[in-house]
Write a protein that binds this ligand. Sequence first.
Ligand code: GLC
Ligand code: CA
Length: 517
Amino acid sequence: MKKKWWQKEVVYQIYPRSFQDSNGDGIGDLQGIISRLDYLKDLGITSLWLCPIFKSPMDDNGYDISDYLDIADEFGTMDDLKQLIAESQKRQIKIILDLVINHTSDEHPWFQEALKDPKSPYHDYYIFKEGKEVPNNWRSVFGGSVWEKVKGRDEYYLHSFSKKQPDLNWENPQLRKELYQMINTWLDMGIAGFRVDAITYIKKDLYFQSLESDGVDGLAKCTKAVRNQAGIEKFLDELKEETFKKHDCMTVAEAAGIRYDQLNEFIGDDGFFSMIFDFKYADLDIASGSEWFKRIPWSVADLRKRIFDSQLNVQKYGWAANFIENHDQPRATTKYLLQYERNSDAVKMLGAMYFFLKGTPFIYQGQELGMINFKRDSIDDFNDISSIDQYYRSMEEGYSKEEALEFVNLRSRDNARTPFPWDKNNGFSTHSPWLKQNNNDNEINVQNQINDNQSILSFYKEMINFRQNSQYSDCLIYGSIEPIEVENNEVIAYRRQYNDMMIDCYFSFSNQAMEIK
Ligand code: GLC
Ligand code: CA
């Protein structure tokens, strides 16, 4: 594989609402990010991926966009973003934006036009079905039917996510053209690329038939009919040709649901994207289909198997995007280490285990401090719409209130979305934050760790430096990877190899000393 610039990146993901507030309203913003660029530079990361910062009613915290080419007031202005791009550039940090093109907000002018006038060309930008009855039994990702009735008309529109996120109709060439123009506008503005949201949802099964129900609500999870459907390749290929390929940009697709035999198309030499996020090991604690109440037990051996399946399959065709956390996942410390979540050796081990896999590493804000899940005592303390849905669905499915709360605590997306702990008093904002802070007895914060060379933060810094700037860099970045077979069930081991250099890496999930066999 030819070397590409993005193979050498270390990406840091920012959830703008929760990173740094600059104006005392309790909500993180772009000026806040600018004020923390030196921290990020010092950490050693080379790219920043910002979760959506565009105009939005914030039903799904920005994943419901009402203007693709403007910034949400609470985050700042276009000038703030330009300043962020320029200030980042001074520090050799690139900016990657979130591209949400499966759906818009219901408050987007296109959708508003479509509602006002069914004869408007914008009506065909979305997926409407006429009729007095709900068209079928598909369940949206955030719960309830995918269909929402249009007020005053016998008509429904489709939403794979919340009802405030109507799906765009990718079958319409005019819509696609508008999206491409928007994407090119951003790329021309000097951003380095995109994380591409929910992209495997853009093609639907056009028969719109009901499916066999998989819940007591009589509905069936829509992913079987709206995700990774035959024909999606045509849209993705056109998207790449019309936009990404014209720029030397980096794209990382959230491509849940794709099979390993599709990897060549997705990330091969002339693939649709630079890389994809593979969720097969992120979701190892829940049954496929990913309802939080369908928990399954797992072992380190299962984790090892899934990681190597992913690495070896990806390596055949392309490049991996390695991660253990993001804004939709619980904290990795709690998920993978359970009762060892506060053991800093274990946290460092977990960090290194994924960081030195082959691919571009992604670090989610707070991961570098070893942040842990935030256990809440009541459903009222959650903000995330999927947490609220999963709580009530769990009870509908027969679990008790306590069990339902337990599932949500383990899986809630709010675990990752708590304000970033800069210091003992949190340092995130002078105002009470939009989402309760995870205090963890005032230990897990930057102030506490930054001058301690044994801290998790210092470990991440060393790890990044080791990958990026050491005599081992070529091997750690470009070297092949193969599993090292060991008998110890709680060990994950692999070999990186490049020319005449070979690095063997062993990671033990056990708290007992052991001999590797
Ligand atoms: C992706 C995002 C998630 C969002 C959803 C709908 O999965 O990562 O946060 O809720 O898409 O846009
Ligand atoms: Ca603010």
